[in-house]
Each structure stands twice: as structure tokens, then as C-alpha cells.
Design a protein around this ligand. Structure first.
Ligand SMILES: Cc1cc2nc3c(=O)[nH]c(=O)nc-3n(C[C@H](O)[C@H](O)[C@H](O)COP(=O)(O)OP(=O)(O)OC[C@H]3O[C@@H](n4cnc5c(N)ncnc54)[C@H](O)[C@@H]3O)c2cc1C
Length: 311
């Protein structure tokens, strides 16, 4: 069977979008088309898609909310599965608390495709503390867990109890406990696994205090980051807690530097922003310039935090 025929059959079987521009599905507003695009709404559909892709040897790429993803101008071959529709409302779990240390804790459950902001809002409404750091971080819960999203003070790994995954190789469901997860700075090492849900352990606290901490966190991000422009958040990882990438880039004189529609933000030098129809190649050219300049000046190799995907 020809590739085109195979794709057509696959598209019709699952009612997929064909040649869908990924610029429409990423916060950078950049990226060429996905050959096929799926937005599964439930776990059965996701499993059926993965099973069929495996049978047809069709490569697939996972995107959550697309807020930490830069897609190449040629786009992504094969199937792109966007998980942001895979969600139901977050909920509190009834559990028997046997230890005294558990009395002030509650466990909530949310799906992998749920917006992180929805999970934060739910926790706040329930008077549960632990997610205030995540105020203003866009994207899905699954993406936040894969990226170990956070701030300098806190990250999501600190509230994870277990995660539910589908293993894309064996197509089996598993629950993995926090102690068996290998989190590090802006990373969870979890190859071939798709996060479909997670239990989060939060602490009961004064709702007014939680609201205040959340608002402060949001205000500080809104004033220090270029939130009104298209970006994928911090582009580079901080080399260390004491050496923020943004400071190195700013001191190297690169703030405001522009290549076509891509610019090093004037507000926060670790943000590359899409000011005017930037292409992925413009952003990658800026990335290269930053890495070269910072290395020549400080002998420090900046690693990207943003995930680059596509052909
Ligand atoms: C304005 C702005 C501010 C930001 N501020 C912060 C911040 O303060 N702190 C911070 O850490 N980040 C920040 N970010 C970056 C980004 O929002 C986070 O990394 C976010 O958690 C990514 O979630 P996502 O669903 O959009 O992930 P995506 O970009 O969709 O995916 C990121 C990676 O995770 C994988 N992935 C996504 N979902 C799943 C899943 N369910 N199962 C398996 N793999 C999956 C993808 O394949 C990809 O490799 C910011 C971004 C923007 C645009």
C-alpha cells in the first residue's frame, strides 16, 4: 500500500485532520503541518490510535498544550497526538488517613490533558496548598509533569503522588509511584510513556492565604515576563540556581536582538518571542547566536529547555 493510501485510511478511520498547521496548536505560533493530527477525548480513543499506529508502523509525536514546544517549519511527519482534550474535571479522592502526618493532606486526581491552570484553580477553591508556584504556567498537567514545570523555588515533582501512564511500546496501562519517577530540573525521564492522569498530594491551608500567594506569583510573572507575546516560556535552562540563563544573555548584550520575526525579549532575556510571523528557522538562528555568544563570553554551554520537534 502506498504511504498516501495508508494515511488516507488512517485519517478516515479516526476522523483526523490532515496537513494541519501546528502553528495553530503551539504557544510560539510557529510550525509547519502535521501529516495527521488527532485530538483524542478519551483514553479508549487514545489507545486505539496508538494500537493502529503501531500496527501500521506510523511514527507518532505527543503534544500536550504545546506551550514548551517549537515545531520545525517543515512540520511533523506521521501522526501528531495532542492531549489537551483528554480531560475530565479534577476531583478530591476519599482516602483513609491512618497516619497523623496525613491528617492535613488531601489527594486530588486530574487527567493528563487537563489544563494546569484548571488544576490550580480547583486546588485553590478546595483550600489546598502546593500549586501556588504554578500560577501563570500554561499548558497541560501531563506536559507540566514531563517538563517538571516550576520556578526557582518549587516544581511539580514535589506534589506528585502517582502518575497513570500508557506505555506506547507495550500499550499497557500502569500506575507509577513518585519514588519510582526520575525527576530532575525541568525534566522527567520517562521514555515511551504517555501520562494520562496523576494523583497530587496537597496540604490543607487557609484559602485566603493560598489565594494571596497565587496572586503574588501571578503578578511577579506578569511583570517580569513578556506574557502578551507568543513564546514557549524560558528558552534555555538555567546553568545553575545562581546563574540564570536570562542574566547571561542580557549581560552578553543580546536583549532585543532580532532575526526576522523572532526576538530576544526586552522584558526577559531568556524568552525568545515571536513578534511578527517568525519561522522556526529564525528562532533556531537566534538560539545558535545566543549559545555561541554566551559560550565565547562565559565558556558556558546553554541547553534548551524548549523541546524542538519535527522534520
Ligand atoms: C508565557 C509562558 C510562561 C511559562 N512559564 C513557565 C514557568 O514559569 N515554569 C515552567 O516550568 N515552564 C513555563 N513555561 C513553559 C511551559 O508552559 C511548561 O513547560 C508546561 O508545563 C508545558 O506543558 P504543555 O502541556 O504545554 O507541554 P508541551 O509543550 O505540549 O510538551 C512538552 C513536552 O512534554 C511532552 N508531553 C506533553 N504532554 C505529555 C503527556 N501527557 N505524556 C507524555 N509526554 C507529554 C511533549 O512530548 C514534549 O516533549 C511557560 C510557557 C509560556 C508560554
Amino acid at each position: 500500500m502506498t504511504r498516501d493510501k495508508k494515511y488516507k485510511q488512517f485519517r478516515e478511520a479516526f476522523n483526523l485532520l490532515a496537513r494541519e498547521p501546528l502553528s495553530k496548536h503551539t504557544s510560539f505560533r510557529v510550525g509547519g503541518p502535521a501529516d495527521l493530527l488527532a485530538l483524542p477525548r478519551d483514553r479508549q480513543t487514545l489507545t486505539a490510535l496508538l494500537t493502529a499506529a503501531k500496527k501500521e508502523s506510523l511514527p507518532f509525536t505527543i503534544i500536550g498544550g504545546g506551550t514548551n514546544t517549537l515545531v520545525s517549519d517543515k512540520g511533523v511527519r506521521g501522526l501528531v497526538i495532542i492531549l489537551k482534550a483528554l480531560k475530565s474535571s479534577p476531583r478530591i479522592l476519599e482516602n483513609n488517613k491512618t497516619k497523623k502526618s496525613e491528617y492535613n493532606k488531601e489527594t486530588i486526581y486530574a487527567d493528563g490533558g487537563e489544563r494546569l491552570s484548571t488544576v490550580c484553580k480547583f486546588a485553590m477553591e478546595q483550600g489546598l496548598s502546593g500549586l501556588e508556584f504554578a500560577a501563570g504556567i500554561p499548558g497541560t498537567l501531563g506536559g507540566a509533569i514531563m517538563m517538571n514545570a516550576g520556578t526557582t523555588a518549587w516544581d511539580i515533582s514535589q506534589v506528585i503522588a502517582t502518575i497513570d501512564i500508557i506505555d506506547s511500546k507495550t500499550l499497557t496501562y500502569q500506575t507509577i509511584a513518585r519514588k519510582d519517577l526520575s525527576f530532575s530540573y525541568r525534566q522527567l525521564c520517562l521514555p515511551d510513556k504517555i501520562i494520562i492522569g496523576a494523583h497530587l498530594t496537597l496540604t490543607k491551608a487557609d484559602p485566603a492565604g493560598i489565594k494571596k500567594a497565587f496572586a503574588q506569583s501571578l503578578k511577579s510573572k506578569n511583570t517580569s515576563q513578556p506574557v502578551s507575546l507568543a513564546s514557549a516560556g524560558c528558552f534555555f535552562k538555567n546553568p545553575s540556581v545562581h546563574t540564570p540563563a536570562g542574566k547571561l544573555i542580557e549581560e552578553a548584550g543580546l536583549k532585543g536582538k532580532q532575526i526576522n520575526g523572532a526576538q530576544i525579549s526586552n522584558i526577559h532575556a531568556n524568552f525568545i518571542v515571536n513578534t511578527n510571523n517568525a519561522r522556526c528557522e529564525d528562532i533556531l538562528a537566534l538560539k545558535k547566536l545566543v549559545q555561541k555568544t554566551v559560550f565565547e563570553k562565559y565558556r558556558i554551554k546553554l541547553e534548551t529547555e524548549v523541546k524542538v520537534t519535527g522534520e
